[in-house]
Design a protein around this ligand. Structure first.
Ligand code: SF4
Length: 357
Protein backbone atom coordinates (compact mmCIF):
# COMPACT_ATOMS: atom_id res chain seq x y z
CA UNK A 1 0.00 0.00 0.00
CA UNK A 2 1.12 3.53 -0.50
CA UNK A 3 1.90 5.75 2.43
CA UNK A 4 -0.14 8.89 2.36
CA UNK A 5 0.94 12.06 4.06
CA UNK A 6 -2.19 12.70 6.08
CA UNK A 7 -1.74 16.24 7.23
CA UNK A 8 0.60 17.96 4.84
CA UNK A 9 3.09 20.27 6.73
CA UNK A 10 6.82 20.41 6.50
CA UNK A 11 7.02 18.59 9.80
CA UNK A 12 5.98 15.35 8.17
CA UNK A 13 8.33 15.43 5.23
CA UNK A 14 11.70 14.93 6.92
CA UNK A 15 12.68 11.26 7.06
CA UNK A 16 13.40 10.63 10.75
CA UNK A 17 11.10 7.66 11.11
CA UNK A 18 13.00 4.48 12.00
CA UNK A 19 12.44 1.51 9.71
CA UNK A 20 12.19 -2.13 10.77
CA UNK A 21 15.26 -4.36 10.68
CA UNK A 22 12.98 -7.19 9.50
CA UNK A 23 9.53 -6.89 7.92
CA UNK A 24 6.50 -8.30 9.75
CA UNK A 25 5.07 -11.43 8.13
CA UNK A 26 1.62 -13.06 8.19
CA UNK A 27 0.89 -15.50 11.03
CA UNK A 28 -1.33 -18.43 10.20
CA UNK A 29 -4.83 -17.59 11.36
CA UNK A 30 -8.25 -18.67 10.07
CA UNK A 31 -10.65 -16.07 8.70
CA UNK A 32 -10.24 -12.50 7.56
CA UNK A 33 -7.68 -10.22 9.12
CA UNK A 34 -8.67 -6.60 9.50
CA UNK A 35 -7.79 -3.32 11.10
CA UNK A 36 -10.32 -1.10 12.85
CA UNK A 37 -8.93 2.41 12.70
CA UNK A 38 -10.34 4.62 15.43
CA UNK A 39 -11.39 8.17 14.60
CA UNK A 40 -10.91 10.77 15.90
CA UNK A 41 -7.26 10.03 16.58
CA UNK A 42 -4.00 11.97 16.42
CA UNK A 43 -3.47 15.71 16.44
CA UNK A 44 -5.85 17.86 18.46
CA UNK A 45 -6.34 21.58 17.93
CA UNK A 46 -4.03 22.52 20.82
CA UNK A 47 -1.14 20.40 19.54
CA UNK A 48 -1.62 21.59 15.99
CA UNK A 49 -1.48 25.19 17.15
CA UNK A 50 1.61 24.65 19.31
CA UNK A 51 3.59 22.93 16.53
CA UNK A 52 2.64 25.56 13.96
CA UNK A 53 3.60 28.25 16.49
CA UNK A 54 7.14 26.84 16.72
CA UNK A 55 7.40 26.48 12.94
CA UNK A 56 6.17 30.05 12.53
CA UNK A 57 8.64 31.34 15.13
CA UNK A 58 11.47 29.62 13.24
CA UNK A 59 10.28 31.16 9.99
CA UNK A 60 9.99 34.63 11.51
CA UNK A 61 13.04 34.79 13.80
CA UNK A 62 15.33 32.11 12.36
CA UNK A 63 17.13 29.38 14.30
CA UNK A 64 17.67 28.80 17.06
CA UNK A 65 14.26 29.06 18.65
CA UNK A 66 14.19 27.74 22.21
CA UNK A 67 11.27 25.74 23.57
CA UNK A 68 10.78 25.16 27.29
CA UNK A 69 10.12 21.40 27.78
CA UNK A 70 8.80 19.30 24.90
CA UNK A 71 6.41 21.45 22.86
CA UNK A 72 4.05 18.45 22.82
CA UNK A 73 4.68 14.99 24.23
CA UNK A 74 5.74 13.18 21.07
CA UNK A 75 9.30 12.16 20.35
CA UNK A 76 8.90 12.29 16.58
CA UNK A 77 7.59 15.87 16.64
CA UNK A 78 10.46 16.86 18.95
CA UNK A 79 13.11 15.24 16.71
CA UNK A 80 11.66 16.87 13.61
CA UNK A 81 11.71 20.30 15.20
CA UNK A 82 15.24 19.78 16.54
CA UNK A 83 16.31 19.00 12.98
CA UNK A 84 14.82 22.36 11.94
CA UNK A 85 16.78 24.36 14.51
CA UNK A 86 14.74 24.18 17.71
CA UNK A 87 16.56 23.76 21.03
CA UNK A 88 14.51 22.18 23.80
CA UNK A 89 15.46 23.16 27.34
CA UNK A 90 14.21 22.18 30.79
CA UNK A 91 14.99 25.48 32.49
CA UNK A 92 15.06 29.09 31.33
CA UNK A 93 18.57 29.47 32.79
CA UNK A 94 19.73 27.47 29.74
CA UNK A 95 18.43 30.17 27.36
CA UNK A 96 20.69 33.09 26.40
CA UNK A 97 19.35 36.57 27.22
CA UNK A 98 17.34 38.10 24.39
CA UNK A 99 16.47 34.75 22.78
CA UNK A 100 13.06 33.60 21.58
CA UNK A 101 11.43 31.08 23.90
CA UNK A 102 8.21 29.16 23.30
CA UNK A 103 6.20 27.83 26.24
CA UNK A 104 4.78 24.38 25.49
CA UNK A 105 1.15 23.37 24.95
CA UNK A 106 1.04 22.06 28.54
CA UNK A 107 1.27 25.55 30.01
CA UNK A 108 3.48 27.20 32.60
CA UNK A 109 3.08 28.75 36.01
CA UNK A 110 3.18 32.55 36.45
CA UNK A 111 6.65 32.15 37.98
CA UNK A 112 8.00 30.90 34.65
CA UNK A 113 6.44 33.83 32.79
CA UNK A 114 8.01 36.25 35.29
CA UNK A 115 11.40 34.54 35.03
CA UNK A 116 11.33 34.83 31.21
CA UNK A 117 10.62 38.57 31.52
CA UNK A 118 13.41 39.02 34.08
CA UNK A 119 15.86 37.27 31.76
CA UNK A 120 14.87 39.49 28.83
CA UNK A 121 13.50 36.64 26.74
CA UNK A 122 10.99 37.08 23.93
CA UNK A 123 8.31 34.65 25.13
CA UNK A 124 5.72 33.06 22.85
CA UNK A 125 3.04 31.29 24.83
CA UNK A 126 1.78 28.15 23.04
CA UNK A 127 -0.24 26.96 26.05
CA UNK A 128 -3.36 25.22 24.75
CA UNK A 129 -6.38 27.48 25.31
CA UNK A 130 -8.12 24.56 27.04
CA UNK A 131 -5.29 24.40 29.57
CA UNK A 132 -5.47 28.18 29.99
CA UNK A 133 -9.17 27.71 30.78
CA UNK A 134 -8.21 25.49 33.74
CA UNK A 135 -5.61 28.07 34.85
CA UNK A 136 -8.35 30.72 34.89
CA UNK A 137 -10.63 28.46 36.92
CA UNK A 138 -7.82 27.91 39.44
CA UNK A 139 -7.30 31.68 39.80
CA UNK A 140 -11.03 32.38 40.03
CA UNK A 141 -11.92 29.74 42.62
CA UNK A 142 -8.82 30.37 44.67
CA UNK A 143 -9.84 34.06 44.72
CA UNK A 144 -13.28 33.02 45.99
CA UNK A 145 -11.62 31.21 48.92
CA UNK A 146 -12.19 27.74 47.59
CA UNK A 147 -9.59 25.09 48.18
CA UNK A 148 -8.94 23.23 44.92
CA UNK A 149 -8.57 19.46 44.71
CA UNK A 150 -6.67 19.12 41.44
CA UNK A 151 -7.02 15.63 39.97
CA UNK A 152 -3.88 14.97 37.95
CA UNK A 153 -0.54 13.25 37.83
CA UNK A 154 2.30 14.48 40.00
CA UNK A 155 5.23 15.77 37.97
CA UNK A 156 3.26 16.32 34.76
CA UNK A 157 4.07 19.75 33.31
CA UNK A 158 0.41 20.69 32.97
CA UNK A 159 -0.20 19.93 36.65
CA UNK A 160 2.83 21.99 37.69
CA UNK A 161 1.57 24.91 35.58
CA UNK A 162 -1.98 24.74 36.96
CA UNK A 163 -0.84 24.41 40.58
CA UNK A 164 1.40 27.42 40.04
CA UNK A 165 -1.70 29.58 39.47
CA UNK A 166 -3.05 28.86 42.95
CA UNK A 167 -0.11 27.40 44.86
CA UNK A 168 -1.47 28.09 48.36
CA UNK A 169 -4.96 26.78 47.67
CA UNK A 170 -4.42 23.56 45.73
CA UNK A 171 -3.99 19.94 46.77
CA UNK A 172 -3.08 17.35 44.16
CA UNK A 173 -5.05 14.09 43.99
CA UNK A 174 -3.37 11.54 41.75
CA UNK A 175 -6.01 8.79 41.56
CA UNK A 176 -9.00 7.15 43.31
CA UNK A 177 -6.76 5.58 45.95
CA UNK A 178 -5.37 8.95 46.90
CA UNK A 179 -8.92 10.37 47.04
CA UNK A 180 -9.56 8.03 49.94
CA UNK A 181 -6.73 9.41 52.07
CA UNK A 182 -6.06 12.99 50.98
CA UNK A 183 -6.35 15.58 53.78
CA UNK A 184 -6.95 19.08 52.41
CA UNK A 185 -6.67 21.98 54.88
CA UNK A 186 -10.31 22.92 54.12
CA UNK A 187 -13.25 20.49 54.10
CA UNK A 188 -16.27 22.69 53.31
CA UNK A 189 -15.25 25.15 50.59
CA UNK A 190 -13.87 22.60 48.16
CA UNK A 191 -13.93 22.38 44.37
CA UNK A 192 -12.31 19.82 42.08
CA UNK A 193 -10.55 20.61 38.82
CA UNK A 194 -8.54 18.24 36.65
CA UNK A 195 -5.71 17.77 34.21
CA UNK A 196 -7.05 17.83 30.63
CA UNK A 197 -5.76 14.43 29.52
CA UNK A 198 -7.02 11.95 32.10
CA UNK A 199 -9.22 8.88 31.80
CA UNK A 200 -12.80 10.12 32.07
CA UNK A 201 -13.93 7.00 33.95
CA UNK A 202 -11.08 7.04 36.46
CA UNK A 203 -11.54 10.75 37.10
CA UNK A 204 -15.24 10.25 37.82
CA UNK A 205 -14.31 7.47 40.26
CA UNK A 206 -11.85 9.82 41.97
CA UNK A 207 -14.59 12.46 42.26
CA UNK A 208 -17.05 9.88 43.64
CA UNK A 209 -14.63 8.90 46.38
CA UNK A 210 -13.82 12.52 47.18
CA UNK A 211 -17.52 13.34 47.44
CA UNK A 212 -18.09 10.44 49.84
CA UNK A 213 -15.63 12.11 52.17
CA UNK A 214 -16.44 15.75 51.34
CA UNK A 215 -20.17 15.99 50.50
CA UNK A 216 -19.97 19.74 49.80
CA UNK A 217 -17.41 19.24 47.02
CA UNK A 218 -18.31 21.56 44.14
CA UNK A 219 -18.04 20.55 40.46
CA UNK A 220 -16.17 22.74 37.97
CA UNK A 221 -18.39 24.84 35.69
CA UNK A 222 -17.49 22.67 32.67
CA UNK A 223 -15.38 19.63 31.79
CA UNK A 224 -11.65 20.06 32.28
CA UNK A 225 -10.85 16.81 30.46
CA UNK A 226 -10.70 18.22 26.96
CA UNK A 227 -12.79 17.31 23.93
CA UNK A 228 -9.83 15.59 22.21
CA UNK A 229 -9.03 13.34 25.14
CA UNK A 230 -12.69 12.41 25.53
CA UNK A 231 -13.27 11.80 21.81
CA UNK A 232 -10.24 9.50 21.48
CA UNK A 233 -11.38 7.50 24.51
CA UNK A 234 -14.94 7.17 23.17
CA UNK A 235 -13.61 5.94 19.80
CA UNK A 236 -11.39 3.27 21.33
CA UNK A 237 -14.16 2.14 23.69
CA UNK A 238 -16.36 1.54 20.64
CA UNK A 239 -13.93 -0.88 18.97
CA UNK A 240 -11.99 -2.39 21.90
CA UNK A 241 -14.25 -5.39 22.47
CA UNK A 242 -13.86 -6.54 18.86
CA UNK A 243 -10.07 -6.35 18.96
CA UNK A 244 -7.57 -9.10 19.68
CA UNK A 245 -4.95 -6.38 19.83
CA UNK A 246 -5.07 -2.58 20.13
CA UNK A 247 -2.00 -0.60 19.12
CA UNK A 248 -1.81 2.96 20.41
CA UNK A 249 0.72 5.18 18.67
CA UNK A 250 2.09 7.71 21.12
CA UNK A 251 5.02 8.50 23.40
CA UNK A 252 5.40 7.16 26.95
CA UNK A 253 5.19 10.65 28.47
CA UNK A 254 1.96 11.39 26.58
CA UNK A 255 -0.69 11.10 29.27
CA UNK A 256 -3.61 10.76 26.86
CA UNK A 257 -1.79 8.05 24.84
CA UNK A 258 -1.06 5.98 27.95
CA UNK A 259 -4.70 6.37 29.01
CA UNK A 260 -5.82 4.96 25.63
CA UNK A 261 -3.99 1.69 26.34
CA UNK A 262 -5.68 1.47 29.75
CA UNK A 263 -9.11 2.27 28.30
CA UNK A 264 -8.70 -0.31 25.49
CA UNK A 265 -7.91 -3.06 28.00
CA UNK A 266 -10.67 -1.96 30.35
CA UNK A 267 -13.22 -2.09 27.50
CA UNK A 268 -12.38 -5.58 26.30
CA UNK A 269 -9.32 -5.57 24.04
CA UNK A 270 -7.44 -8.83 24.57
CA UNK A 271 -4.09 -7.02 24.46
CA UNK A 272 -2.91 -3.47 23.97
CA UNK A 273 0.49 -1.89 23.45
CA UNK A 274 1.76 1.65 22.98
CA UNK A 275 4.48 2.33 20.41
CA UNK A 276 6.28 5.47 19.32
CA UNK A 277 6.95 4.03 15.87
CA UNK A 278 5.63 1.14 13.78
CA UNK A 279 9.08 -0.43 13.95
CA UNK A 280 8.41 -1.25 17.63
CA UNK A 281 5.52 -3.60 16.78
CA UNK A 282 6.65 -7.13 17.64
CA UNK A 283 5.87 -10.16 15.48
CA UNK A 284 4.86 -12.10 18.62
CA UNK A 285 1.99 -9.65 19.25
CA UNK A 286 0.32 -10.85 16.02
CA UNK A 287 0.08 -14.55 16.87
CA UNK A 288 -3.59 -15.62 16.70
CA UNK A 289 -4.71 -12.06 15.97
CA UNK A 290 -7.48 -11.40 13.45
CA UNK A 291 -8.62 -7.90 14.38
CA UNK A 292 -6.31 -5.05 15.32
CA UNK A 293 -7.58 -1.74 16.61
CA UNK A 294 -5.38 1.28 15.97
CA UNK A 295 -5.48 4.74 17.45
CA UNK A 296 -3.06 7.52 18.36
CA UNK A 297 -2.68 10.13 21.05
CA UNK A 298 -3.46 13.80 20.58
CA UNK A 299 0.17 14.71 19.86
CA UNK A 300 0.78 12.13 17.13
CA UNK A 301 1.14 13.17 13.48
CA UNK A 302 -0.84 11.04 11.05
CA UNK A 303 2.29 9.97 9.17
CA UNK A 304 3.08 7.61 12.07
CA UNK A 305 -0.29 5.93 11.58
CA UNK A 306 0.45 5.63 7.85
CA UNK A 307 3.67 3.77 8.63
CA UNK A 308 1.87 1.54 11.13
CA UNK A 309 -0.71 0.57 8.51
CA UNK A 310 2.04 -0.10 5.96
CA UNK A 311 3.96 -2.40 8.32
CA UNK A 312 0.82 -4.29 9.30
CA UNK A 313 -0.08 -4.74 5.61
CA UNK A 314 3.10 -6.81 5.34
CA UNK A 315 1.59 -9.06 8.01
CA UNK A 316 -1.60 -9.54 5.95
CA UNK A 317 -3.68 -6.77 7.52
CA UNK A 318 -4.71 -5.01 4.32
CA UNK A 319 -8.38 -4.40 5.10
CA UNK A 320 -8.74 -1.14 7.01
CA UNK A 321 -12.10 0.04 8.29
CA UNK A 322 -12.28 3.47 9.90
CA UNK A 323 -14.73 3.68 12.80
CA UNK A 324 -15.58 7.30 13.49
CA UNK A 325 -17.45 8.34 16.61
CA UNK A 326 -17.14 12.13 16.33
CA UNK A 327 -16.25 14.89 13.91
CA UNK A 328 -13.66 17.44 15.01
CA UNK A 329 -13.26 20.82 13.41
CA UNK A 330 -12.04 22.96 16.29
CA UNK A 331 -9.20 25.35 15.43
CA UNK A 332 -7.39 27.80 17.67
CA UNK A 333 -5.80 30.98 16.44
CA UNK A 334 -2.07 31.15 17.04
CA UNK A 335 -0.46 32.76 20.11
CA UNK A 336 -0.96 36.52 20.05
CA UNK A 337 2.79 37.09 19.65
CA UNK A 338 2.59 35.46 16.18
CA UNK A 339 -0.75 36.63 14.90
CA UNK A 340 0.52 39.73 13.11
CA UNK A 341 3.10 39.83 10.37
CA UNK A 342 6.06 42.22 10.20
CA UNK A 343 3.73 45.00 8.90
CA UNK A 344 1.31 44.60 11.79
CA UNK A 345 -1.35 42.93 9.60
CA UNK A 346 -3.21 39.80 10.72
CA UNK A 347 -1.30 36.88 9.24
CA UNK A 348 -4.03 34.65 7.77
CA UNK A 349 -1.62 31.80 7.28
CA UNK A 350 -1.29 31.38 11.03
CA UNK A 351 -4.82 30.54 11.98
CA UNK A 352 -4.15 26.86 12.71
CA UNK A 353 -6.04 23.96 11.20
CA UNK A 354 -3.86 21.01 10.27
CA UNK A 355 -5.73 18.32 12.17
CA UNK A 356 -4.98 14.85 11.02
CA UNK A 357 -8.17 12.87 11.37
S1 SF4 B 1 -5.03 17.27 24.44
FE1 SF4 B 1 -6.65 18.78 24.82
S2 SF4 B 1 -5.78 20.19 26.33
FE2 SF4 B 1 -4.06 19.04 25.45
S3 SF4 B 1 -3.35 20.30 23.74
FE3 SF4 B 1 -4.88 18.90 22.90
S4 SF4 B 1 -6.84 20.04 22.97
FE4 SF4 B 1 -5.37 21.07 24.33
Amino acid sequence: MSISNGSGGTLLETPLIPTRAKKLHPESVEGERKILLAAPRGYCAGVDRAVIAVEKALERYGAPVYVRKQIVHNIHVVRQLEASGVIFVDELTEVPTGSNIVFSAHGVSPMVVAEAAERGLNAIDATCPLVTKVHREAIRFSGQDYHILLIGHEGHEEVEGTMGHAPDNTTLVNDPEEASRVNPPETENLIWLSQTTLSVDETMETVRRLRERFPHLKDPPSDDICYATQNRQVAIKKIARECDLVIVVGSPNSSNSVRLVEVALEYGAKASYRVDYASEIEQAWLVGVKTIGITSGASVPEVLIDHTLADLADAGFVTVEEIRTAEEDLQFSLPKELRKDANGEIDRSTLGGRNSS
